[in-house]
Design a protein. Structure first.
Lengths: 270, 315
């Protein structure tokens, strides 16, 4: 039934993604593909996986396939204030997801008990309308199966009693080498993830769309440039200042290091 | 948005079919079309044929066409499901109305009531088609108050072009339907012109800054995409060929879809009688071709907010 549940339970399982910590290694995306290619939504078909010449839709022969988790990398801001932000993007398991309500067949549904949004692959007709309705690009079409597939929040792990309890988390969370991904109940204000969101000012993606995403993103912390704030000994500050003076202008500067570097620069520039 | 040929053919063909069914239903019920066998047979065949061909084509867009019947189940929440239900439901009065006209030579009275019901069903189906697009907040060019009027106006116009041809060929209020086609053409052009002006000047629904929530750091631009080649989301939602040629294509849609048919309709009005059939047939063909260009643009010009994650500055 693609009408949303009239009463949603208190439990809202989801992810909290820390944009300050993520290093953009794509391990979450790769391990997501690895687990789900054999899990609930298997297979996650690839086309032209070895970049041969076969063209599926006449566009290009590049490799492409179904992934539930994709890591974008952005530059934000300019110059010294600018920074690189790695941005993992997957289904946000929204509270009012139009991808569910537009579904004509009842294949898409939101679970009342934990808020997870799923696709019943046996009912899906592959009309792709849900992917048009999703602002976050979370749903992908499997050409081989003719149905839509999406992140299941590793529903075949989190309730899987055959796994050790410590492993009953989405695979993107357990695989993250830097701890940038957190899993828990965002409907419980006392949960660790809820407290993390409150503490770090976690935010919704595109709240103006009105989908009320469950997953939250933690913003990058303010950039730290002074020695003291990065943990480096403050006595190094003098060298930093000298280098900063010497390098940009390439002209003789106050400190000896600056003069030396300027001389080297002049000699090498001949 | 990627313009799938099957969906363009579906919406234009069944749109014209429902437009013609609407006019046949009302024309029969209110005595503007005689219960003539030729008019009934050809008219109903064209109307129901266009509708059916369009609906069949729409299933080619599906990954699992054999399950298409399931799409009738979620009418409580889904406009696509409502469209399917309305389309199937409209067949009942439309089929009986066609039966009365062709077999029993009656299209008024009780049969006329069926004609009115078929006309209402036609309107409902086209409204549902428009609402599929107008209900998506992710695409600002579609979630627009003129989307549904655009679908209705073009369905009426292309249907009226066929009705003008059929009444000129088989009898009925030919002059009335000819001038109705002229009026509907002007109305469709006005709606589309207003729509294009509105979407050109409207602000973006999302930018790379608002989509990522990183705007407080400054301008946001994609440094590295998640995949080396174009993935499903980029292919389906990131189509951009037509936007480059939008002005030219809009001019082609206007010339082919409105200017040429209106000139041919006026020629038909001037010639009158059986001689009008040739220009009116050409008008119907040109108008239908123009509708296809318009519908292709409707998809290709639509920008989806997800593209802002993939390098678009705004959508």
């Amino acid at each position: 039934m693609t009408s949303l549940p009239e009463t949603t339970g208190a439990t809202k399982l989801g992810l909290v993604i820390d944009l300050d910590i993520c290093v953009g290694c794509h391990a979450c995306a790769v391990n997501c593909k690895e687990w789900n290619a054999g899990g609930h939504s298997a297979p996650l078909t690839d086309w032209n996986a070895y970049s041969g010449t076969e063209s599926v839709d006449g566009e290009d022969a590049g490799a492409w396939g179904v992934w539930f988790n994709r890591v974008h990398t952005y530059e934000a801001g300019e110059g010294a204030e600018g920074r690189t932000v790695h941005f993992p993007r997957s289904c946000l398991h929204c509270e009012t997801p139009a991808c569910v309500t537009v579904c004509p067949t009842g294949a898409s549904y939101k679970r009342e008990e934990d808020g997870i949004v799923l696709v019943n692959a046996d009912l899906c007709i592959g009309c792709k309308l849900c992917s048009w309705a999703c602002p976050y690009g979370a749903r992908e079409y499997d050409h081989a199966d003719g149905v839509m597939k999406k992140c299941t929040l590793c529903i075949d792990r989190i309730y899987n009693e055959n796994l050790e309890e410590i492993d009953r988390v989405p695979v993107c969370v357990s695989t993250c080498p830097v701890g940038a991904r957190h899993y828990g109940d965002l409907g419980d204000p006392a949960s660790a993830v809820s407290q993390l969101v409150a503490e770090r000012g976690g935010y919704d993606l595109m709240p103006e769309m009105g989908y009320r995403p469950t997953n939250k993103y933690l913003p990058p912390r303010p950039a730290k440039t002074a020695c003291g704030s990065t943990g480096a000994p403050s006595r190094l500050q003098q060298l930093v200042d000298e280098a900063a003076d010497a390098v940009p202008q390439g002209a003789p500067a106050a400190g000896t290091g600056g003069r030396f570097l300027a001389w080297v620069d002049t000699v090498l520039s001949r | 948005m990627h313009p799938a040929a099957s969906v363009i053919f579906f919406t234009t063909a069944s749109g014209a079919g429902y437009g013609l069914l609407f006019l046949l239903g009302l024309g029969g019920a209110f005595g503007l079309m005689p219960p003539d066998l030729g008019l009934g047979l050809v008219g109903q065949t064209v109307a129901l044929g266009l509708i059916t061909a369009g609906l069949m084509a729409s299933t080619f867009h599906l990954g699992r066409p054999e399950r298409a019947w399931r799409a009738l189940s979620q009418w409580r929440s889904s406009w696509l499901s409502r469209e399917g239900v309305a389309a199937v439901a409209t067949y009942a009065p439309a089929g009986l109305f066609a039966l009365g006209w062709v077999v029993f030579g009656e299209n008024r009275g009780v049969w006329g009531v069926l004609g009115v019901l078929a006309a209402l069903g036609a309107v409902a189906t086209v409204v549902c088609t428009g609402m599929i697009y107008a209900s998506l907040p992710t695409i600002r060019q579609w979630r627009h108050p003129l989307t549904v009027p655009g679908y209705l106006a073009i369905a009426l116009y292309t249907g009226a072009l066929w009705a003008a041809l059929l009444t000129a060929a088989f009898g009925g209020a030919a002059t009335l339907f000819l001038w109705l086609a002229v009026l509907a053409g002007v109305a469709a052009a006005a709606v589309k012109a207003a729509y294009w002006r509105a979407i050109d000047s409207a602000p973006a629904a999302a930018t790379a800054e608002t989509a990522t929530g990183l705007g407080h750091l400054g301008r946001v631009r994609l440094l590295e995409a998640p995949s080396t080649s174009r993935n499903y989301v980029m292919r389906e939602m990131g189509y951009r060929v037509a936007r480059k040629h939008a002005t030219k294509l809009r001019a082609i849609a206007g010339l082919l879809g409105v200017a040429a048919p209106l000139a041919l309709l006026l020629v038909g009005a001037a010639v009158g009688g059986d001689g009008a059939v040739v220009p009116l047939f050409l008008a119907a063909l040109a108008g239908s071709a123009g509708a296809v260009v318009e519908r292709w643009l409707f998809f290709a010009e639509a920008t989806h907010v997800v593209t802002t994650y993939y390098g678009a500055e705004a959508a």
